[in-house]
Write a new protein. Structure first.
Length: 230
């Protein structure tokens, strides 16, 4: 019997291929999370404003993106938007890294629809009496949201927001469709270079599982702490 060759599992394998992809996947997750929460909060406020001219476009945005597969949106942004758009936004870097910049924009726009629904639920979870009390002491709508509602909504929805972020990290593997160098792409390149495609894809599944399971455990612990505070 011939012994299996595990020489591909060395530091050069990890540093050359995997870390590069992991860094991009983490960057994409964080940027899409922050941008998605900001845009999603604005969308949620529009839908709860009581003004039809704000409610209708915000609802259309959310319902449209939540009804379309993410990979299709990724391909739309990458194939349909002119290359000059990416040059105008990212300069020379945008021209040379069109797939990466497209991924940042796509994920931020797409995840905003999901974060919007989470934030809308969080805002509605705040007791109406607190809102009325804010108005009673002379606060404006913006002040009530900023000082009373949004801080509580973020705290109430923090575990759900983080859970959605874990799902977002898993979805970053879809940028493989446009050639962006994410974590999965790093494993694919490593598998080809070391002629170990099966082993590297199995290793990729293990790495994704470890990362996502560990983050899920942290979210669960955070959820218990928040529940105790209440």
């Amino acid at each position: 019997m011939t012994s299996l060759d595990y020489s591909f599992l060395d530091w050069n394998f990890i540093s050359s291929f995997i870390l590069k992809g992991l860094v991009f996947s983490v960057q994409l997750t964080l940027i899409a999370m922050l941008g998605g929460i900001v845009i999603g909060t604005l969308l949620a406020l529009c839908r709860l404003s009581g003004r039809q001219w704000l409610i209708m476009p915000a609802a259309a945005y959310v319902n449209l993106l939540r009804s379309i597969p993410l990979v299709m949106v990724i391909l739309w942004f990458f194939l349909l938007i002119p290359s000059g758009f990416y040059s105008a936004i990212g300069g020379q870097w945008g021209s040379n890294h069109r797939s990466e910049l497209s991924a940042f924009i796509t994920f931020t726009v797409f995840e905003a629809a999901y974060y919007s629904e989470i934030m809308r639920a969080g805002i509605q979870s705040v007791a109406r009496g607190q809102v009325n009390a804010g108005y009673a002491v002379g606060l404006t709508y913006a002040q009530v949201m900023k000082l009373i509602v949004l801080p509580q909504a973020f705290r109430n929805m923090l575990p759900v927001l983080l859970t959605q972020t874990i799902i977002l990290f898993q979805d970053t593997s879809l940028v493989y469709a446009i050639g962006a160098y994410d974590l999965l792409k790093g494993f694919e390149v490593a598998g080809k270079n070391y002629n170990r495609p099966v082993e590297t894809y199995l290793f990729a599944a293990v790495v994704y599982f470890i990362i996502c399971f560990s983050l899920s455990m942290l979210v669960r612990r955070l959820q218990k702490k928040i529940a105790i505070i209440r």
